[in-house]
Design a protein around this ligand. Sequence first.
Ligand code: FES
Length: 173
Amino acid sequence: MKHAHQNQCLDRTERNCSEDTAKKLSTIFLKYRKDKDDLLSILQDIQDEFGYLSEEAIHLLSKEIRISENEIYGVATFYAIFRFEKPAEHRITVCMGTACYVNGADKILDEAEQKLGIKTGQTTEDGKISIGHVFCNGCCGHAPVVVVDNEVSGGWTPTKLDKTIDKLKEGSP
Ligand code: FES
């Protein structure tokens, strides 16, 4: 027998809410009371599970705890930690802190932007790779530092980044 949340979700085909998504949301909702006080914790759990707060997740959460979607967006947008767009499959983050910058981080970032045809903060159209930057990863002795997905490493060059992007595109990190 399908859980009530799954049925709600499956009824809303215009939001493309899959059964798998509904199941995961149900599991999260069951951990909490149907209470406004739990809103932040639930939002955090949803983001941990899916990587972002999707429209369908907000919609179902709104029904679950009887708060309007607008109110949920109002709370979520107040906190910088929440994302509303699906993260890219791979994330390249170039450190632009002083130590990395003087060791050529700007050229590495330029290479990433040119090769992928996007700007920092953007994701390729196929959703495969995004580029970001930070201002110090705390390992300045290895400058220039780049984070590929969650792996931090140093000694980067534009050529190394170029090859890494090719591998990510091929699907082999
Ligand atoms: S400036 Fe890049 S790791 Fe510190």
